[in-house]
Write a protein that binds this ligand. Structure first.
Ligand SMILES: CC(C)(COP(=O)(O)OP(=O)(O)OC[C@H]1O[C@@H](n2cnc3c(N)ncnc32)[C@H](O)[C@@H]1OP(=O)(O)O)[C@@H](O)C(=O)NCCC(=O)NCCS
Length: 199
């Protein structure tokens, strides 16, 4: 239990730093000075949500250098308010601010719609994958991604994820995923949904 708590604190910090330059989060949280700290808080709640929902938190090593959050989705994707509240996201307006919540909802609408439409069958959802910025480009992300992909295949499940960073699309395509659709978000950001069918 203590080890899990320690891992989650380090994992949230890593996720907060790694996503600080993500195009969608730059639009949601325009203040650069506070963005990584706010994303760290958000990541800590997502970690809790994944653990409470029977998902998986994969990490590359003890540091950890990379973290992946996977959620099992057993039908068309739906937002669950109760699940969010239970994970502590009720405090989001206080921590992130009203404007960020408004912007998160703007991003969440097309993200959920794309996911629900293009991945209607049971699958593993890669909610977040990140490598410590000092270790990016060294193959750590690919290795951790392949761990989750192998587990999904062994369980006879498909995989779904979204990204708003164009550089990530070939990264996922090299791992065997296919871009299925896009949605335009404010701030000139394009959301891409990628999936791999169940074997
Ligand atoms: C995307 C990410 C998980 C890839 O892991 P990684 O260990 O850095 O990547 P690998 O060394 O296994 O593979 C390199 C490829 O990753 C992709 N990539 C995306 N962002 C990158 C970055 N900041 N640095 C290096 N590679 C990056 C590129 O396609 C790259 O190939 P290229 O050098 O030919 O362009 C990692 O860079 C990261 O955490 N980025 C920030 C958070 C993020 O965007 N997560 C994915 C959200 S969907």
């Amino acid at each position: 239990m203590e080890l899990v708590a320690h891992l989650d604190v380090a994992a949230a910090s890593l996720l907060g730093r790694a996503f600080a330059r993500d195009p969608a989060f730059v639009w949601v949280l325009p203040d650069e000075a506070t963005r990584a700290a706010k994303l760290t808080w958000l990541a800590s709640r997502l970690l809790r949500l994944v653990r409470q929902s029977g998902g998986r938190v994969d990490s590359s090593d003890a540091a950890p250098s990379a973290v992946a959050l996977w959620l099992p989705i057993d039908g068309p994707f739906e937002e669950s308010l109760w699940r969010y509240l239970r994970a502590g996201l009720w405090a989001a307006p206080l921590v992130l601010g009203a404007r960020a919540i408004q912007r998160l909802r703007v991003v969440e609408g097309p993200t959920t719609e794309l996911h629900r439409t293009l991945a209607p069958t049971p699958h593993d959802y890669l909610l977040q994958l990140a490598v410590d910025p000092s270790r990016q480009g060294g193959g750590v992300g690919s290795a951790l991604l392949h761990e989750g992909l192998a587990r999904a295949a062994a369980g006879g499940r498909g995989v779904w994820l979204e990204t708003t960073n164009p550089r990530n699309v070939p990264f996922y395509e090299r791992a065997g995923l296919t871009a299925r659709g896009t949605r335009n978000l404010p701030g000139g950001v394009t959301l891409v949904g990628l999936s791999r069918p169940a074997p």
